[in-house]
Structure formats: structure tokens, C-alpha cells
Design a binder for this molecule. Structure first.
Ligand SMILES: [Fe+2]
Length: 448
């Protein structure tokens, strides 16, 4: 794939400083997540669902070495002996603490050495002419990879026992109009362009752009709140198989689910544990830590359903005035703090209705940031999909065992979140920062 538009010398140096800035910003986040706890804590497994934090750190360095030092840079391997230890396909998370992993000091030294070499590689690599480096793609892929592991490490922090270790800024209050927002907004039927062929750092599974016809639908204006989810709990929703799929009900029985993960009943109220704080469940905040099965059961109880992935992306990107799909709900500009709750600035979702400046043309809010939103759709390739740069990025995960999540959470970085970005996970997953937004098909006389 060659580009017809050349960067030029100035364009190249601007792109190089952008990449260097993103690498640096991302590394500060990884350092904050791993410096927040002591060495014993770094090597401990806080949950069989997760790796020790020190595994994630060295794995970040290992992927950066493999792609940017060896492949892009053509430099001999620094630590070929550890490739296998940090290959996520070789060892399940629950087995990783038993491996002869690099210790905290060694892991920190290793990622530093890799990064020094990568900055040299960045300085001398033309950022066009070869698809892997076109518009700095491989660097962007590595930035996103590190940010994704930072979100995973954030989930490990949430699973960790003990006092709060992370700092955060207070979350914004809901705007004055939040209470008056319509519960749902309508998206009229018609075609729209889904996916992208132009976003330079988009990953293979977001490509290519293709037209999709979507029928009329209604979608919730905001993610489902704790208060609303509590109505489902109080109505006995967890005990009524009518609302659950067969697989969902089997899981609910097996895992003895009664409420979102990290909730605990305390007399007549519910408390939740959030990064070491125990606090009453805030009713106005989007519910988080629910599996696909719980999201689906809630939607059925509410007389609705989960949106398909196509519906979600159309609600988030389609601008009926121009007929175009935007990069983000609010337009084409990169996310700013006024648009969305992203990047671990806050360690919780913002109240439902927050971020009016981030609203989509259809009126839906908080599609980007706050909580990942489960969709009804299996993770599958788009028509014309081609694996790049390797099959293990997405292709090996395609199939009905994974459901698509959209929109990112408060723990997702802006660089790893776009209107086209697709996340996927098992339908039983609860430790991720996932919530619910419902949709429904209108009755025949509802949309004019
Ligand atoms: Fe990874």
C-alpha cells in the first residue's frame, strides 16, 4: 500500500515528534501504574484472571523490541532469550507467576534499554514507503499496545486488595440538563460507512471502510446507570431465567452472580469497592463490571436489547447533515478533556449525561469513554479484511466466542480509542470496565 501524498521533510519531523511524545506520555502511565505499589506487590498475582504487573511491564518492552527494534530498526535482538516468557500465546495468565520472569529492577532496565534504541530507530526511519511504517503505523501500534496493557494493569489494580494506591482527579458533575435528557434517541434507517481505510493508526480489524444498511433503531441517550441497574437487581432479575439466554443463565448459576462485580450488600444498601475505596454505589454513575450475559439480561428485563455493533457505530459516527461518518461522535478532532472521560484521569465513570460537548449528532452522550459498551455482535472480520501485520493481532480471535465492545472506558487512552475501534472479549468477562447501553427496534408508528 503506497500513499500518493508524501509527508515531506517538515511533515516527517512533525510526525516524529508526535510519535516521540506519545511514546513518552504512554511510558509515564506505565511507570505510574507500576511505581504505585512495592516490589512484592509487582510480582504477586492479584487474581488468577490477571498477570503479575511485572509481567505486563516486561511484555510491553518485549513487543516493542520485536516490532520496533528488530523488525522496523533491523537491529539484532536485545533479549531473544525472553521472547517465549512474554509471548501471551505461550502461557496462560494463571501460569505466568511460575515463570522465571525478570524481576522489577530488571524489567524496568529492560524497557528503558528498548526505548533508547527505539528513539534512535524513530529518528532514522522514513515514515513512508513501507506499509509497516507508513504514517508511523508500527509506532502507533506499539503505543496502543502499551496503552491496552496499561488498561489491563488498571484492572489488576481494581482486583488488588489493600488501600488505594492510585491518584485521580475528581470526576465532572452531570450537567444541568442531564435530568431532562430524553431516555433514548432515534437513528433513522439508511446506509452509512462503517470502519475506516484512512485512519493511519487504525488496526486491521477496523478496516476497510464499507457501506452498511442499518434499519431504524432507538438507542439509550446515556449508558445504563447504577440506579437503573439496581432496579433490575431489586426486581429479582438475577433470579429470573426469563431474562437470560441459556448460556447466560448457566453462567449466572455456576458463578452465583447476584450483582455487578465488586458490589456488596450492606444492610439495605449496596457498597462497592473501587481501587481500594469502599463507598455506597453512586446511583447516577454508569454501571460497570458487568459481563455480556448480565448486560443482555438487563436489556431484556428493560424491554430492550443490546445494540448491534453496526447500530453502535452508526449512532457514534454518522452525521446525517453531511452523510459522512466522523472519526468521533463530536467530529474529527482528537479527544480533549471536554469530550470524553478517557485516559485514567478519573478512576470511575462520570455521571450519566456528562460531556455534552462529546455528544453524537443523534444526541447520544458518552459513547466514547466512561465504560466499554457490550454489543450483541460476535467479533468477526469486515468484508475485505486482511490480517496486518500478523494473524495473531485479530484474526485468531474472530468467531462467536468473543463479543464486540465499543467506545472505551475511563481507563482507555485516547490513542487506543476511536469511533471505529473494536474491542472483544468473552461474554463472561467482568473485571474489565464494561457497562451497558440498550437499543430497541421502534414500533411501526414510532419513527416518522
Ligand atoms: Fe500484549
Amino acid at each position: 500500500m503506497t500513499s500518493t501524498h508524501h509527508l515531506g521533510e517538515q511533515g516527517t519531523s512533525r510526525l516524529r515528534s508526535h510519535v516521540a511524545g506519545e511514546l513518552e506520555r504512554t511510558r509515564r502511565r506505565s511507570a505510574a501504574l507500576t511505581d504505585a505499589v512495592d516490589e512484592a506487590d509487582l510480582v504477586r498475582q492479584h487474581s488468577p484472571l490477571m498477570s503479575p504487573l511485572v509481567w505486563d511491564l516486561a511484555h510491553i518492552g518485549s513487543q516493542e523490541e520485536i516490532w520496533l527494534v528488530r523488525d522496523v530498526g533491523g537491529i539484532p535482538a536485545i533479549r531473544p532469550d525472553i521472547d517465549d516468557l512474554y509471548d501471551a500465546f505461550q502461557h496462560k495468565r494463571c501460569d505466568r507467576p511460575q515463570l522465571p520472569l525478570l524481576g522489577p529492577a530488571e524489567a524496568r532496565g529492560y524497557v528503558r534499554t528498548v526505548r533508547e534504541k527505539v528513539l534512535d530507530v524513530l529518528d532514522r526511519t522514513p515514515l513512508e514507503g513501507r506499509r509497516l511504517v507508513e504514517r508511523a503505523f508500527a509506532f502507533g501500534m506499539i503505543v496502543q499496545h502499551e496503552q491496552q496493557h496499561d488498561e489491563t494493569m488498571l484492572a489488576t489494580h481494581q482486583l488488588r486488595d489493600g488501600p488505594p494506591a492510585l491518584v485521580e482527579e475528581p470526576t465532572p458533575a452531570a450537567p444541568a440538563d442531564a435530568a431532562a435528557l430524553p431516555l433514548e434517541v432515534a437513528v433513522p434507517g439508511g446506509p452509512f460507512v462503517m470502519g475506516t481505510s484512512t485512519e493511519p493508526w487504525a488496526l486491521d480489524n477496523e478496516r476497510p471502510a464499507h457501506e452498511v444498511f442499518v434499519d431504524d433503531f432507538l438507542i439509550d441517550t446515556t449508558p445504563v446507570t447504577n440506579g437503573r441497574f439496581l432496579e433490575f437487581v431489586d426486581a429479582g432479575g438475577y433470579d429470573d431465567p426469563r431474562w437470560w439466554s441459556a448460556a447466560g443463565w448457566a453462567y449466572r448459576q455456576r458463578a452465583d452472580l447476584r450483582a455487578p462485580r465488586f458490589w456488596r450488600r450492606d444492610g439495605d444498601r449496596w457498597l462497592r469497592r473501587r481501587f481500594g475505596h469502599v463507598e455506597p454505589v453512586p446511583p447516577d454513575e454508569p454501571v460497570v463490571h458487568v459481563s455480556f450475559h448480565e448486560a443482555e439480561a438487563f436489556a431484556a428485563w428493560a424491554g430492550k436489547r443490546l445494540p448491534t455493533e453496526q447500530e453502535w457505530e452508526k449512532a457514534a459516527r454518522f452525521d446525517p447533515r453531511s452523510g459522512r461518518s466522523r472519526r468521533y461522535p463530536w467530529g474529527d478532532e482528537d479527544p480533549g478533556p471536554e469530550h470524553a472521560n478517557l485516559g485514567q484521569r478519573h478512576l470511575r465513570p462520570a455521571p450519566a449525561g456528562a460531556y455534552p460537548a462529546g455528544a453524537a449528532p443523534c444526541g447520544a452522550r458518552q459513547l466514547i469513554g466512561d465504560v466499554w459498551e457490550w454489543t450483541a455482535t460476535d467479533f468477526l472480520p469486515y468484508p475485505g479484511f486482511a490480517a496486518f501485520p500478523y494473524r495473531e493481532y485479530s484474526e485468531v480471535f474472530f468467531g462467536p466466542e468473543h463479543k464486540v465492545l465499543r467506545g472505551g472506558s475511563f481507563g482507555t487512552d485516547a490513542s487506543a480509542c476511536r469511533g471505529t475501534f473494536r474491542n472483544w472479549d468473552f461474554p463472561i468477562r467482568r473485571q474489565i470496565f464494561a457497562g451497558v447501553r440498550c437499543a430497541r427496534t421502534p414500533a411501526p408508528d414510532e419513527i416518522g
